[in-house]
Design a protein around this ligand. Structure first.
Ligand code: SF4
Length: 456
């Protein structure tokens, strides 16, 4: 990225880079190593325009695959007249368009083992970019990446060798970015990293100043501050924590959920429950008392939704281990579950473990875990019929032949892309994505809820 112009343009550049990093892109220090060059231009003065055009010219000469954004992007004709071969031109603050142009120019390679952005619901990752490719984040929700890398050594994972040790972002920078997102219309913040509960461990939870008070680089402080951000009309965003390992201090964020400061939702990738499998997976925070912890979290915050993912067919997983997992799921009563069949990832230690599980056994176990978790989900959703729940709107449909308009949204228990939906009938056509409305739940199936706007 070549970033020109004022501090505001620089913040835009940072925001674009943050989004691209969250999508799995890395930045190249030189033209030669880049798949595509982004030029964030300034168009304020004629001299700045000339400087912008010169920068575009240099990028075209050095690399040839160039996307132009920023203030001068509003003068697309002038740019095209000089450089007809630029790949795309977008204007200032058009983050989604820029990120979309980068996706088109250099499609991200999807991997369930590396990517943080959820790919698809129902437990299946897909690398078919036409279907399961990373979708652009609509303006009403946004991913907030708080750190990069990981200090663990899970045997199936290559993240630590690819991305290095945990490197936490400064908490004041994260909060500033979140505040900008919220002020620009983001109604839901999705906190992501490889290991959210470890946030700040690498910097010994150093303190920074945020709005005249000290905050630690720590998940609890981050959650509390995010929950207090407000947009211009005083509304607070939903704040959803992803990739949380159940370290003891996770207990501290549950009261914040009970208070309504952050969304009562935790995404905890347990991966398995059988002690021997967890041991050979080398999972962090692998402790026996997880079920007790879940119980006490639900006592403090009865509405908490727990999402998790599990791997079946890990090397050495016996039928008894798998049944242990199914029994554990019966006890844990998780709200949302994704399951994956174990696949070796090049370079992962697990590939050398003995006891490979035959493909047909993996398939059979996968079908059994999906059946089990679908039944748990269906029962949990049935219990919501009759309640009035807050729902964030994702999409408003076109009127049908009778003029009725439907909408799709999500409850607080549903993260975008991976969890269920709430389908609304007969909504006001003026409803817009990002609106949060009270919905009377009328029906449910295995994964989704159905309802109508609650009458005041
Ligand atoms: S915690 Fe384990 S699975 Fe997650 S990124 Fe670190 S090594 Fe990989």
């Amino acid at each position: 990225m070549v970033s020109l112009g004022c501090p505001k343009a620089l913040v835009d550049s940072e925001r674009i880079l943050t989004r691209l990093r969250a999508d799995g892109y890395t930045m190249s220090p030189d033209y030669a190593g880049a798949d595509v060059v982004l030029v964030n231009t300034c168009g304020f003065l004629d001299s700045a325009k000339e400087e912008s055009l010169a920068a575009i010219g240099e990028a075209m000469a050095e690399n040839g695959r160039v996307i132009v954004t920023g203030c001068m992007g509003n003068e697309a004709d002038a740019i095209r007249a000089r450089f007809p071969d630029v790949l795309a031109i977008t204007g200032a603050h058009q983050y989604e368009d820029v990120v979309g142009a980068v996706h088109d120019a250099a499609p991200p390679e999807l991997s369930p083992y590396v990517d943080l952005i959820p790919q698809a619901r129902g437990g299946e990752f897909t690398t078919d970019s036409a279907d399961g490719g990373i979708k652009l984040t609509p303006r009403h929700y946004g991913y907030l990446k708080i750190s990069e890398g990981c200090n663990h050594a899970c045997s199936f994972c290559i993240i630590p060798s690819l991305r290095g040790k945990l490197a936490s972002r400064r908490i004041d920078a994260v909060l500033r970015e979140a505040e900008k997102l919220v002020q620009a219309g983001t109604r839901e913040l999705l906190v992501i990293s490889q290991d959210t509960s470890a946030y700040g461990v690498d910097v010994r939870h150093e303190e920074r100043t945020w709005k005249d008070h000290a905050v630690r680089t720590h998940m609890t402080d981050l959650a509390r501050e995010l929950g207090q951000l407000t947009d211009a009309s005083g509304q607070r965003p939903w704040v959803r924590l992803h990739y949380v390992y159940p370290y003891p201090h996770v207990d501290q964020v549950i009261p914040l959920m009970a208070e309504g400061l952050i969304t009562p939702y935790l995404d905890i990738p347990f991966q398995h429950a059988a002690p021997s499998v967890l041991k050979s997976m080398k999972r962090p925070a692998n402790e026996a008392k997880v079920l007790d912890r879940l119980r006490s979290w639900r006592e403090i915050c009865p509405d908490i939704a727990i999402r998790s993912s599990f791997v079946v067919g890990f090397p050495g997983e016996t039928e008894a281990d798998f049944e242990y997992l199914l029994d554990w799921l019966d006890e844990a009563q998780l709200d949302r579950v994704g399951a994956f069949r174990f696949e070796p990832v090049e370079g992962a230690a697990a590939n050398d473990l003995p006891g490979a599980v035959p493909e047909e056994v993996k398939e059979e176990r996968y079908a059994r875990i999906m059946e089990k978790t679908a039944a748990i989900s269906a029962a949990k959703l049935q219990a919501k019929i009759g309640r009035v729940l807050p729902v964030i709107i994702d999409e408003v449909g076109a009127p049908d032949e009778d003029g009725d308009v439907g909408a799709t949204g999500r409850s607080q228990a549903d993260a975008p892309e991976i969890d269920g939906a709430v389908y609304l009938r007969d909504v006001d056509p003026n409803l817009a994505p990002g609106d949060i409305v009270a919905v009377h739940i009328e029906d449910a199936d295995e994964h989704d809820l159905f309802g109508a706007i609650a009458q005041a």
